[in-house]
Write a protein that binds this ligand. Structure first.
Ligand code: ADP
Length: 479
């Protein structure tokens, strides 16, 4: 045995023999064994085995072999050192060599490189840990639907223990009226198609339903052949419940909103009638008190009643728009004439502002609701006056371009911050800061833009803080 020569290795690649004396000095070694550690045989013959295999392990094994006197083979796995400094793993079987007096004089070590296997084992263990710690149920099954693995979350989600589920058909968790889904899933899997986030219902052992989102992928063998499917089921019961609740709330809110709109329409109507009577009586009184000093009080009261009446009309319009009931009463008219009328009415309300309108085109005919267009122009020019506290000019242009008529109202007032420029057309939106010190309800531009939209046109604004604003509108010209 002492003269054993391993030079011509008979063992397969990745497996080899090393002979040491009783102290661990390598006396012989085949090329395969040396190659496992990145050496050639001549490199390591004469060196201590600790160069490649941990000395402590060797010592421990030697002691057991020698001291027990059993002379039997010992087997162990050792973490070894490759020539390049990397860690490798070897499976080592140690055979004692004895002399005629049965004294151990050395060892033969059969070494097998198991690094690859170790790596696979570690990967396997990591994957198993991931699968087991997942909150999603991870289940694998054959193409016939037989369950082959069932993780911890699957146990929690469906109530079947691992041994109750493995070997059973997947239909144990499929509601009877959804069995067809499995046929579709399997036929897709057979074609190599993945099923992504399919929302469905499955049943637990106790019969309770689980809303889940399913992702099913084909499982292939080494040769790429599809041999089964792995499915990940995420419990979306809480989300589904929240969605149902939200749906209910939305419906309830829509219902309440409808009541509110109906109430607003009714209340505005009811308020308008007595207010009209109050205003008519006040006007009669005003006439009767011709030269009386008390007449001024009647005049002030009429102004306030007018304001109230406008507010009520605005609210009524908002409700109608919201309910999609804004009716138009179109007629053919020249918008130049309407602008001139509104300008003259509003010019009477202010001495500090000069409203300029010089029509460029002789007639700009539109087929529109004249009262509503008057309301829009009054709102735009009224705002230009209101948001220009100092004196200044308001310039109005109207022009036909192509099939549309464009009207611009420009002021040199306080301007609008760019972040608000689109929001000012929303219901009840008012710009915060200094702009909010002007009285208003935030519905004028909303009503105006809705009126323009319902005529098939659009409205937008440009503005610069401190410099002024330009409000644009376009509506189709009469054919
Ligand atoms: P209101 O004037 O009653 O508040 P509007 O809907 O007419 O409501 O206008 C919405 C907001 O847009 C106003 O609160 C104001 O901040 C801003 N705004 C409208 N027109 C102008 C303007 N010409 N110049 C500056 N800001 C304006």
């Amino acid at each position: 045995m002492q003269n054993l020569k391993f030079t011509h290795s008979l063992s397969p690649v990745g497996e080899g023999l090393i002979r040491t004396d009783s102290h661990g000095v390598i006396k012989d070694c085949d090329e395969n064994a040396a190659a496992i550690f990145g050496y050639s045989a001549s490199d390591i013959i004469g060196t201590d085995i600790s160069l490649i295999v941990g000395k402590t392990i060797f010592e421990k094994e030697k002691n057991i072999v020698v001291n027990t006197g059993s002379g039997s083979t010992k087997h162990y796995e050792a973490e070894c050192k490759h020539k390049n400094g990397k860690k490798i793993f070897a499976s080592v079987s140690t055979f004692p060599i004895k002399d005629d007096l049965a004294k151990v004089t050395g060892f033969v070590h059969l070494i097998k490189d198991i690094s690859h296997q170790k790596l696979l084992d570690e990967k396997q263990a990591t994957l198993a840990a991931i699968v087991n710690s997942s909150d999603d149920a991870i289940i694998s099954k054959t193409l016939k639907g037989i369950i082959t693995s069932w993780n911890r979350a699957a146990i929690a989600m469906f109530g079947f223990a691992e041994k109750e589920a493995i070997g059973k058909h997947i239909s144990i968790i499929i509601p009877k009226d959804r069995i067809h889904e499995e046929t579709v899933i399997i036929s897709n899997i057979k074609k190599g198609k993945k099923i992504d986030h399919f929302e469905t219902i499955r049943v637990a052992k106790d019969g309770t339903e689980r809303h889940i989102s399913l992702t099913v992928s084909p499982v292939k063998d080494r040769n790429g052949k599809i041999i089964g499917a792995s499915k990940i089921a995420r419990d979306i019961s809480i989300r589904k419940e929240a969605e149902t609740q939200r749906q209910l709330f939305t419906e309830r809110l829509q219902e309440l909103n409808k009541y509110k709109d109906e109430f607003m329409v009714m209340a505005s109507h009811e308020l308008k009638t007595p207010l009209t009577v109050v205003k008519a009586n006040l006007q009669v009184l005003e006439m009767m008190l011709e030269a009386d000093s008390r007449k001024q009080f009647i005049g002030k009261t009429i102004t306030q009643v007018n304001k109230l009446s406008r507010l009520i009309s605005d609210l009524l319009n908002v409700s109608k728009i919201h309910a999609g009931k804004l009716a138009l009463d179109p007629e053919l008219f020249d918008i130049n004439v309407l602008i001139a009328e509104v300008v003259s009415n509003l010019q009477e309300t202010t001495k500090d502002h000069h409203i300029i309108f010089q029509p460029c085109d002789p007639a700009l005919m539109v087929n529109a609701d004249r009262d509503k267009m008057e309301q829009v122009l009054t709102n735009l020019i009224g705002n230009a006056i209101k948001y220009m506290p100092e004196q200044g000019e308001i310039i109005i242009d109207a022009i036909k371009k192509g099939a549309d008529i464009f009207v611009d109202v420009a002021d040199s007032g306080i301007g609008i911050p760019s972040k608000d420029i689109e929001s000012i057309f929303l219901r009840f939106y008012r710009v915060s800061g200094s702009a909010s010190s002007f009285s208003g309800s935030g519905v004028g531009l909303y009503i105006s833009s809705e009126i323009i939209k319902s005529h098939g046109g659009k409205m937008w604004a440009e503005s610069e803080i401190g410099k002024g604003s330009v409000f644009h509108l376009s509506i189709p010209a009469a054919p």
